[in-house]
Design a binder for this molecule. Structure first.
Ligand code: SD4
Length: 334
């Protein structure tokens, strides 16, 4: 990229950061080429997803697209892996419960045709993203919540399961003993919401996002993950974005929609993720436990990620290789 452009971007970001008095680290930020978009088409599939458990999810998604399957099938199949994994304490089975000890799930899915489905505050179902897909395909609605979502899932043939694992129950009891005060813990053991974006062999894009939400949240709380435009957004002409972290902030700034719109206006996915993180600091009090991470991919298969704080990683499967990348961040933990 031209040095003048790099200078302008860095001055702009630096000015914002200095203005807010941030201790910021640009780490390994890579900026876009000024001649974006550079490639005219994607020649092979690309899968990206949040956190280290994204590696296993990417593999499942890759298996779908590499054998000619659709991006929509790939994103569902991919995040199903995290949903069923008891070790992943922020997604599906094994997720940490709310303040009354119930595991409640939020999820959404969005396809290349602009269609989307979502579920919120869903209990007892191992694969909320698959219910979200049924909402998209089998109802005139976009989102179902709570008991209605559960009834719909059971009607569609999903089985009722106990989502609270012994480990999650233990963590809940320890939280109760410690005074039972809610505090957002977005980086808890580095196991967080999975958002996954896929481009298939035809160059079509889809995305999915699924979570058990913030640990020990107020019963009934719904986060950003099932909200189209907040936790996930896909525009098959432009690209897709997905979020992890404190959902209240992502919802207030419609982060994923914002990133896709910024890409529409010519930003590289990396720049767009950075701009969305800066944007939220303009209107939000950034408390000491706050973490937000975004990942994005454009129609050309270029991708990027950025987080508010250190520690966020994203998994990228491209050119037959699946790897975990550290992201640059705006400010250190206080
Ligand atoms: C939520 N965004 O419910 C989710 C939680 C999460 O990293 O991503 N944690 O707010």
């Amino acid at each position: 990229m031209g040095s003048r452009r790099r200078f302008l971007i860095q001055s702009f970001l630096g000015a914002i950061a200095t203005g807010f008095g941030f201790k910021y680290g640009f780490g390994s930020v890579t900026y876009s080429d000024p001649n974006y978009p550079q490639k005219s088409e994607v020649t092979s599939p690309v899968i990206i997803s949040t956190w280290s458990h994204g590696l296993a999810a990417n593999q499942a998604a890759w298996n779908v697209v590499s054998s000619g399957g659709s991006a929509l099938d790939a994103v569902e199949r991919g995040v199903n892996v995290s949903e069923a994994d008891p070790e992943v304490s922020s997604v599906g089975y094994g997720g940490l419960p709310d303040a009354s000890g119930n595991v409640t799930l939020d999820a959404c899915i969005m396809g290349p045709d602009g269609n989307a489905g979502a579920v919120a505050f869903l209990k007892h179902i191992m694969h909320p993203v698959s219910v979200a897909r049924k909402v998209m395909e089998n109802t005139p609605h976009l989102m179902l919540a709570g008991d209605g979502a559960l009834k719909f899932a059971l009607d569609q043939g999903f089985k009722k399961v106990n989502l609270l694992t012994p480990e999650a129950r233990k963590a809940f009891k320890a939280w109760k003993r410690s005074g039972a005060r809610y505090a957002p813990m977005a980086n808890w053991e580095n196991h967080d919401t999975i958002g996954l974006l896929a481009i298939d062999q035809k160059g079509d894009l889809a995305g999915a996002c699924t979570t058990s939400g913030m640990a020990f949240k107020h019963p009934g709380r719904v986060g950003d993950s099932p909200i189209i435009g907040a936790g996930l957004f896909v525009d098959n002409k432009i690209g897709g974005a997905t979020a992890t972290g404190e959902g209240e902030v992502v919802m207030k700034t419609l982060g994923s929609f914002l990133i896709v719109e910024l890409m529409r206006n010519g930003m590289h996915p990396q720049e767009a993720c950075e701009a969305a993180i800066y944007r939220l600091t303009e209107t939000t009090h950034v408390h000491k436990n706050m973490q937000i991470g975004y990942i994005a991919v454009n129609k050309n298969g270029e991708h990027g990620a950025f987080s508010l704080r250190p520690g966020f990683q994203y998994a990228v499967f491209e050119n037959g290789q699946n790897e975990l990348l550290d992201t640059a961040f705006l400010m250190d933990w206080e």
